[in-house]
Design a protein around this ligand. Sequence first.
Ligand code: SOE
Length: 386
Amino acid sequence: MKTFKVGLIGAGFMAKAHSVAYAGMPMFFWPAPALIKKKLIADLTVERADEAALQFGFERGTADWRDIINDPDIDIVDICTPNDSHAEIAIAAAGAGKHIICEKPISRTLEEAKAMYEAVSKANVVNMLAFNYRMTPAVQLAKKYIDEGAIGDILDFRGTYLQDWSADPNSPLSWRFQKAVCGSGAFGDIGTHVVDMLRFLIGDFTEVNARFATYIKERPMQTGTVDNLGSVKGGTDVPKAPVDVDDQCLLVLKGANGSFGTIEATRNAWGRNNFITFEIHGTKGSLYFNYERRDELQVCFADDPGDRRGFRTVYTGPAHPYGENLWPIPALGIGYTETKIVEMYKFIDAVANGGRVSPDFEDGYRIEQLGDAAFRSAKSGSWETI
Ligand code: SOE
């Protein structure tokens, strides 16, 4: 069995998720396409990198991400840093012939996304963008139903990503609220997950009319490099700094298939934790998914007898996409980790056996094009072509 060596850059929340996925992948997908050796992990300080190496199971840590790029022994570069370093690292990794998995969104700007897409295309390396939610078996099942024509032609769609971890104005100003680091706010961080899921399910979009808002205009400055994801540190006497990105967005979209719908994302939805939903209506039925109940897909088929027609719940399990690799009984419970394990399996499979994996940097670039058109629309006040 082949073994690939990984270097992971950035030792926060996503490094934990990817490290669990490297470990879990062969347990669920056996025989595995390849085994993984976690070689080097990089963060801003050597102390944090060494600690992360211990915690996440890497051979050692480094404070210089270039050590990973320059190590001829490393096959895979895993980018789990904030958005402002994705382009620089990915382009260097592609130049060194490494395969790349990168956290979402692809970058801060359309220009960066284009340069990243061109670099991996030129280097012909496997590249993946970590939009994990589409790996949820219920989402894959929705795709299967759509492809089989079970709900007919798609008429309309609506997708949401609603969160409240930063709804408190006293939650800290991490990099996620600073345009120079993140590029955009709710749109880039969470809205792009929904764009990815809907593109996966029903195809591309052609036009957008969008509005963005920032309700919480300043937040207490965060000390330290670790993203505290909304935990209130230091009380209300900490100096504040401006938020220069959106915390809410609403996009009206036209689909290439003639469908019509909306995508909404907000960080101010008290009571909504990770409320990623879609509802899709077709000529022969409807589908509804809510990630907070991610074992379930709600389906309604128009052909059902009138006295039985209505939404029913399909609990995903071994009969459904990726289900046979995960747990042996429906509704035992799919979590964030399982979505990351499926994602990692698809990536490692492509590295081991060749071929393209989806979502990749091209998908990331297309999503960035959509975002660019959405921000243009907010300025012009009218529809913009994507
Ligand atoms: C914060 O909104 C966040 O951590 C996102 O960045 C992740 O992509 C999402 O899956 C969970 O929430």
